[in-house]
Ligand binder design. Structure first.
Ligand SMILES: [Zn+2]
Length: 411
């Protein structure tokens, strides 16, 4: 088999891969740490240098954040890194990763340590600095093989995945529409199980404004923003269980002031998860009805911010086809059967699917306890998963495997 040399080369890279992951993970790159993300991007760019791709660092527009007092603040993101090779090839692969982590600069979890020979605990080792190293190593293997010339590829590494990819979403969408298959390097579960279907997710902030008044002298002149918001929230909570798989989580409530003042301001935050586009339309409709109903009250105004940043990722025929191909690659490498499990969590795989691009989004390392101080990486999965992606790339590039069909109805 013509893939053997490239796969064997990956085997020789295991120690270097681990060293690269440790060095990347010891750099803090919480989503708000722009300087840290720039440092991580510098390191990634150096690691990718031998690939000979065209590099761009793209400054993203600021994202707006609604503060607890209703003020809207503009926040800066780090740079998006884009690397492109053979853009005019007939067949193109999009590889996506993120440079940010969930751990801010002042978090207690900042450095890596070995728990045993095969387990490293550290911030981002699995989610997803390990995955970024897997991606770059797999591409190096592809480029060492004779099949590379048949395909083009693009890497997009965004700095804001952990906060919903709002600023980078247009770039993901653009890249997804120009590609034939998508690969994302979020971690697999410790046993190698991948994520299949993913729910869509919307984050919302609802602000209620009423009219302040003295609670004793002129209570009747006041319009209570907290009471109005509470009525809206109760209606929102009642939506749970009304539509298959749609859930609403009221997450935060703030507002009001002294006991003798009718409050004129209240704010709540909530999340909605939807399994299908139909579920999403239903939820959007219900949300509109509830807001209209409370807005009709005398002296009350509701203002909604946010939206569905992640559309549902449904396992359609193209995704089934791609997973079948990956399973065959796993079998060729002697790995245990690769399972895919539906999840309520979401990632950039949702965005690529919404642009009509079939993708597997958990091609990164095996690991677990992500988003906690227990986050771990199983070290032997570095070269194992790089071989898996390299074989997938080479089978597509050589023409041995057929490419997944593009979705005909793009949302
Ligand atoms: Zn991640």
């Amino acid at each position: 088999m013509t893939y053997k040399t490239a796969l064997e080369w990956i085997g020789t890279q295991q120690d270097k891969m681990l060293a690269d992951v440790l060095s990347l993970s010891n750099l803090n790159s919480g989503s708000a740490n722009v300087a840290g993300i720039e440092q991580v991007v510098d390191q990634l760019s150096a690691l990718a240098a031998s690939l000979g791709a065209t590099e761009e660092r793209i400054a993203l527009p600021p994202r707006s954040e609604v503060l607890d007092n209703g003020q809207i603040l503009e926040k800066q993101s780090g740079p998006l890194l884009r690397l492109t090779k053979r853009p005019n090839a007939n067949r193109r692969v999009l590889l996506v990763g993120h440079s940010d982590t969930v751990y801010p600069l002042d978090h207690v979890f900042q450095t890596c340590r070995h728990l045993d020979d095969n387990t490293v605990n550290g911030p981002g080792v699995a989610d997803m600095k390990g995955g970024l190293v897997v991606m770059l190593t797999a591409l190096q293997a592809l480029e060492r093989s004779p099949h590379a010339e048949n395909i083009g590829w693009q890497i997009v590494i965004n700095p804001d995945e952990e906060i919903g990819s709002f600023a980078s979403a247009p770039y993901l969408d653009e890249a997804a529409r120009a590609a034939d298959v998508g690969m994302i390097f979020e971690p697999a579960l410790a046993d190698g199980t991948l994520a299949g279907a993913r729910k869509g997710s919307g984050n919302f902030t609802l602000i209620a404004r009423g009219k302040a008044a003295h609670a004793g002298r002129e209570h009747h002149l006041g319009r209570n923003a907290i009471a109005a918001l509470a009525r809206a929230m109760a209606l929102l909570d009642d939506l749970n269980g009304q539509h298959e798989g749609v859930t609403i989580n009221l997450a935060k409530l703030t507002g009001g002031g002294p006991n003798n003042v009718v409050p004129d301001f209240a704010l709540c935050r909530f999340n909605i998860r939807v399994p299908t586009p139909e579920g999403q339309s239903w939820a959007e409709q219900q949300l509109e009805l509830i807001i209209a109903r409370i807005n009709a009250e005398d002296g009350i105004s509701l203002e909604l911010h946010g939206g569905f940043g992640r559309q549902p990722k449904v396992m359609d025929k193209a995704h089934e086809q791609l997973f079948a191909l990956l399973r065959s690659c796993g079998a060729d490498l002697g790995l245990p059967p690769i399972e895919a499990k539906a999840t309520g969590g979401c990632c950039d795989g949702n965005n690529l699917a919404a642009a009509g691009l079939a993708n597997i989004d958990t091609l990164g390392v095996r690991g677990g306890a992500i988003h906690s101080t227990e986050e771990f990486l199983l070290v032997d999965s570095l070269s194992e998963r790089a071989k898996l992606t390299a074989l997938l790339l080479m089978k597509l590039a050589s023409g041995e495997a057929s490419w997944p069909e593009r979705a005909t109805t793009v949302r």
